[in-house]
Design a protein around this ligand. Structure first.
Ligand code: ATP
Ligand code: MG
Length: 223
């Protein structure tokens, strides 16, 4: 269970998040939507422990972020908005590199399987020769090496063709439901959000996203 309580964030004097509270249960996929600059990435970075909020508290499965930062960190998988991979190295080498940094260990076969699970068949190819969609899949596979209970994905499907988007969506859905993981992700693709998410939260003050989703029959909550 993820509990977010009265979370606020300011950059200097600029208020980005204002006393945001919500909870996410294991097995749920939550979508964060909102205009450019609304604060979606800021929210995910705070949840990934990469940024400290100005106020408020967060708890993941009985551990509070302030008091048990290290323990919390081990339970988190994060895919940033900008792809972070070693371009000159192969898919295999990237997986092995990040596996060495991970606190839980997996052998090469298990690492390969993780890629195959999300339909990333390339293994020996250098990352620079992969398409944008394949790189996103690899980033996602890397974030899962240590088997996190909370998965935070910042626009995991941006610029990806429909088939790969569906594959990633199906994978995430399966992962959340079968393994009781919490998935929080951002996207500008409203069809995908409608299909995939159990709950949708609108970040920022622009009512546009909320209106679009409500017209499509999807209930949303404004943060
Ligand atoms: N390190 C920073 N210092 C100051 N301002 C920042 C910083 N990072 C982000 N901001 C500002 O905070 C606001 C929210 O940014 P954020 O990246 O969270 O938005 P977003 O909802 O993810 O947007 P997008 O849809 O474009 O990815 C923006 O106005 C941005 O300019
Ligand atoms: Mg962003």
């Amino acid at each position: 269970m993820l509990n977010i309580d009265s979370l606020s964030m300011k950059y200097g004097k600029k208020q980005i998040l204002n006393a945001v509270s919500f909870s996410v249960k294991p097995g749920e996929i939550v979508g964060l939507v909102g205009e450019n600059g609304a604060g979606k990435s800021t929210m995910l970075k705070i949840l990934a422990t990469l940024l400290n909020p100005t106020a408020g508290s967060i708890k993941l499965n009985h551990d509070t972020y302030k008091q048990s930062r290290k323990k919390v960190r081990k339970q988190i998988g994060f895919v940033p908005q900008d792809i972070a991979l070693w371009d000159e190295f192969s898919v295999e080498e990237n997986m092995v590199f990040f596996e060495r940094l991970a606190w839980k260990h997996k052998n090469r076969q298990e690492l390969r399987q993780l890629c195959l699970d999300m339909k990333l068949e390339k293994w020996k190819e250098p990352v620079k020769a992969l398409s944008g969609g394949m790189k996103r899949k690899l980033n996602l596979a890397i974030s899962l090496i240590h088997d996190p209970s909370l998965l935070l994905l910042d626009e995991p499907t941006v610029g990806i063709d429909l088939k790969s988007r569906k594959e990633i969506g199906a994978y995430l859905s399966d992962l959340a439901k079968k393994n009781d993981k919490i998935v929080l992700y951002t996207s500008h693709d409203m069809d995908e959000i409608i299909n995939l998410c159990d709950h949708v939260y609108c970040v920022g003050n622009d009512p546009f996203y909320q209106q679009v989703l409500q017209e499509a029959g999807k209930e949303t909550i404004k943060l």
